[in-house]
Write a protein that binds this ligand. Sequence first.
Ligand code: UD1
Length: 276
Amino acid sequence: MSPNCRFDAVIHFAGLKAVGESVQKPLLYYNNNLIGTITLLEVMAAHGCKKLVFSSSATVYGWPKVVPCTEDFPLVAANPYGRTKLFIEEIARDIYRSDSDWKIILLRYFNPVGAHPSGHIGEDPRGIPNNLMPFVQQVAVGRRQALTVFGTDYNTKDGTGVRDYIHVVDLADGHIAALHKLDEDKIGCEVYNLGTGKGTSVLEMVAAFESASGKKIPLVTSGRRPGDAEVVYASTEKAERELNWKAQYSIDDMCRDQWNWASKNPFGYDTSESTK
Ligand code: UD1
């Protein structure tokens, strides 16, 4: 590496993230997510770059006994995908224990949704979307007929699962805040939740998207999806206090920006599809 080309820090977002696929193809997940991370850490160490921000996930809280989730909750993994996040967190803690020059921030994402307000950058999953909002979006643009609601018998306000949805722009800002934190003297290996601290049900999300898009989202109800938790939302206190960061966007903002992206790019980045 040329001396003019030094890296100050690395933000490591790369990873496979489909829970069902990880159950079918665990080695693919361990190879890509774990080996990829180990290789990255080795290269960083070899070049004296020891500042890392890593994308972890609220999946490490499993089905929490109480909410909001605080960073000191016990950690579990319910599937190979979740295990890769948990293992990488443990690897990061071990690295810091072995070499206190490292400064590492693990960010536990809750449920990122929305799109860049410009409408030019958004999520474009391949195949059938696993996650709620990409699926809702594809129903709204006519690519899928109806949303299947997984579980209507949860002990929640309307029987559907509750999650902490966070706008991707807020999530991105959380990374900038983490990078600034890495400049402080004593960091060690720290973990922060990135969420809003608010729980929203599946039906509330659908209603918000319907009003943002003016489209009706037909629903089909079905049983619970295996492995799904009932209610998961973040405590955001630690991130607010120590990163000086707080999510700004509301559920309506998330739906507005996601619809802006979807209506401008109904087939995502695939322009050939849009002419079919
Ligand atoms: C899921 C993963 C989680 C991962 C995250 C990545 C599972 C069990 N969990 O989180 O490990 O970190 O994605 O983004 O897959 N829902 C429907 N119909 C759908 C899709 C979802 O009703 O077609 C419901 C779910 O039951 C849940 C809520 O919508 O109550 C959110 O689901 P989803 O967007 O998949 O996120 P998580 O399950 O929270």
